[in-house]
Design a protein around this ligand. Structure first.
Ligand SMILES: [Mn+2]
Length: 265
C-alpha cells in the first residue's frame, strides 16, 4: 500500500484507492469538497435560476437543493424541472407540486374535473412523464446533516419532531395560532420566530415576508415570480449555517427579469 504523506485539507478518505491517489483533485472527485446551494421558490423562473447558478459559480460536483414550488405562476416551469433533473438536484415538495399531484391523481382516477386558472390547467397538461416522476419523488423534508440543517417548503410546527409533522403543515404553515395550531395565514406570530431549534430549518413559501434570517431558521423566498429577486444560500462543504450577523455573506441573489405574475387582491 502506498502512503500519502501530505494529506491535503479536506481529504479525509481512508480507502486504499483514495490514499494511493491522494490529492485535492481526488477529494473533489469523492465529493468531500462539495458545496451546497439551497435555492428559494423558483416558480418557473428558469432564466433567473440559470443566472443564480452562474453567480454562485456552481459546478457539476456541487449539490443543488430546492425549497419547493419550482413550478407554477412563472414562464417556464418545465424548463426548471428539466434543469433540476439534469443537475440531479434534490427538492422538497411545495404546496404547488402537491396540488398538481392531487389534481392529476384525482382526475386520472375518474374524479371530477377541477376548475383551474388557464395557466394552471396548461401546466398540468404540459408536464411530461419525466417531470411527474421527479415531482412524485420529491420528499416532504430533506436533512442536510453536513450543514446541520433541515429543508422544508413552508416550515414546521415548533415542538413536534420532524418525523411526526403533518405533511400539510410542512407545505403550508406560515404562523401558529394562539391555540397552538398551524395556520397557512400570516398570523400574529410566524412559526419561524417561535422555533427554537436545535436543527436549522431552511424554507421558502413566504414571498410576502421576504428573506428571513433568524437564529434557527432561514427563509429564502424573495418573490422572484413577483418581479423581486431569486435568492440562494451557498454553503461550503461541511459548513454549518452562520449566525444571523454573518449569514448575509452566504446569500447569493439575482434580480427578476420582469414581473412574471401579479398576485390577486
Ligand atoms: Mn409555496
Amino acid at each position: 500500500m502506498r502512503h500519502c504523506r501530505k494529506l491535503p485539507d479536506g481529504c479525509r478518505g481512508d480507502s486504499e484507492g483514495l490514499m494511493a491517489q491522494c490529492s485535492s483533485r481526488v477529494s473533489l472527485d469523492f465529493g468531500l469538497m462539495k458545496r451546497t446551494l439551497i435555492v428559494g421558490d423558483v416558480h418557473g423562473c428558469r432564466e433567473e435560476l440559470e443566472a443564480l447558478l452562474e453567480v454562485a459559480s456552481l459546478d457539476d460536483t456541487d449539490d443543488l437543493v430546492f425549497v419547493g414550488d419550482l413550478v407554477a405562476r412563472g414562464p417556464d416551469s418545465l424548463g426548471v424541472i428539466d434543469l433540476a433533473i439534469r443537475r440531479q438536484a434534490r427538492a422538497v415538495i411545495g404546496n404547488h407540486e402537491r396540488r398538481l399531484l392531487e389534481i392529476r391523481d384525482s382526475e386520472s382516477q375518474g374524479g371530477e374535473r377541477v376548475s383551474l386558472s388557464a395557466g394552471y390547467r396548461q401546466l398540468l397538461e404540459e408536464l411530461k412523464p419525466e417531470h411527474w416522476t421527479y415531482i412524485r419523488a420529491m420528499p416532504i423534508y430533506l436533512e442536510l446533516p453536513q450543514h446541520h440543517a433541515l429543508v422544508v417548503h413552508a416550515g414546521l410546527l415548533p415542538g413536534v419532531p420532524i418525523e411526526r409533522q403533518d405533511p400539510w403543515v410542512l407545505t403550508h404553515i406560515r404562523s401558529v395560532e394562539s391555540s397552538g395550531e398551524a395556520s397557512s395565514r400570516l398570523g400574529r406570530e410566524s412559526w419561524a420566530t417561535r422555533y427554537m431549534g436545535p436543527t436549522h430549518v431552511v424554507f421558502g413559501h413566504s414571498a410576502q415576508v421576504g428573506i428571513q434570517l433568524l437564529d434557527h431558521a432561514t427563509g429564502l423566498d424573495s418573490g422572484c415570480v413577483y418581479g423581486k429577486r431569486l435568492t440562494g444560500l451557498l454553503l461550503e462543504a461541511e459548513q454549518p449555517i452562520a449566525a444571523v450577523a454573518e449569514r448575509g455573506r452566504s446569500l447569493v441573489s439575482v434580480a427578476a427579469r420582469r414581473v412574471h405574475h401579479v398576485p390577486r387582491g
